[in-house]
Design a protein around this ligand. Structure first.
Ligand code: NJP
Length: 231
């Protein structure tokens, strides 16, 4: 494939695994995250483009799409993966933490899609893949803010799916259970439980699956869990 894929949150965790898998399959990968250094090693491996940027910033989101077009001359895939979260009782959350989580998970998804969709609609094909969460569809203690953001992101992607379908553009949403990453300041493999979590590469394989659907098929939703997770 000579496709061009923008992957947000590509410097580590799930996004990095997605970027590596897509590059291995021949895609030109545009890797986005705020921390430039962490993107460098990845770009060497993928021979793609690194764009240090904040997905929650409108000018950055527009720059990512414009820069990709000027470098590669085409746009095919957007993976909205960048996300942050923290967990606490509702009354212990600062309002600023609500803003931080919603800015990345919801506004970031909105801004990248907003910058990308006009191009995909105009060309009559393209695929947006959102990395949501199983908590987009369930609630849990300490999950008020993160869960609300993931429900919101899911609703955005579901509505967008209906808006772009008539133009031949696909939106697929992936709902992983627990994945062993750097999420919420954790370190991969740091607890016994994490050893049975999904690996970032498991989620990358799910992304590959939805992207490889035949032209006439859109995989709307795909949920995956570690066999050990009760949910
Ligand atoms: O997290 P982590 P995951 N602009 O911390 C980047 C969902 N999920 O891979 O900007 C641009 O290892 C950050 O880079 P940096 C989750 O909700 C996870 O687990 O330099 N990029 C890094 O590359 C999220 O949507 C689990 O800090 C920004 C990446 O995002 C997605 O999976 C379960 C950014 C985060 O890597 C990936 O999370 C589940 C910004 N403003 C769903 N802010 C799980 N881990 O268990 C952050 O159901 N990044």
């Amino acid at each position: 494939t000579d496709k061009v894929a923008i992957v947000t949150g590509a410097s580590r965790g799930i996004g990095k695994a997605i970027a590596l898998l897509l590059a291995m399959q021949g895609a030109k990968v545009v890797a986005v995250a705020r921390t430039a250094e962490e993107l460098e090693e990845l770009t060497l491996k993928t021979q793609g483009l690194a764009i240090p940027a904040d997905v929650a910033d409108e000018a950055d989101a527009e720059f990512i799409v414009a820069e990709t077009l000027s470098r590669f001359g085409r746009l095919d895939i957007l993976v909205c993966n960048a996300g942050v979260g923290s967990f606490n009782l509702l009354e212990n959350f600062e309002a600023a933490e609500w803003d931080r989580i919603f800015d990345v998970n919801v506004k970031g998804t909105f801004l990248l899609c907003k910058a990308m969709v006009p191009h995909l609609k105009a060309q009559g094909h393209g695929h947006i893949v959102g990395i949501a969460s199983d908590v987009s569809k369930r609630t849990f203690e300490h999950g008020t803010v993160y869960g609300a953001s993931k429900y919101a992101q899911d609703a955005l992607l579901g509505s967008l799916r209906k808006e772009v379908r008539p133009y031949g553009v696909k939106v697929s949403t992936i709902y992983p259970g627990m994945v062993d990453t750097y999420f919420n300041e954790s370190k991969p493999g740091s607890t016994e439980a994490e050893k049975t979590h999904l690996k970032p590469s498991d989620v990358a394989q799910a992304v590959r699956y939805v992207l490889e659907a035949p032209a006439h098929v859109v995989v709307d939703e795909l949920m995956l869990h570690p066999l050990t997770q009760e949910w």
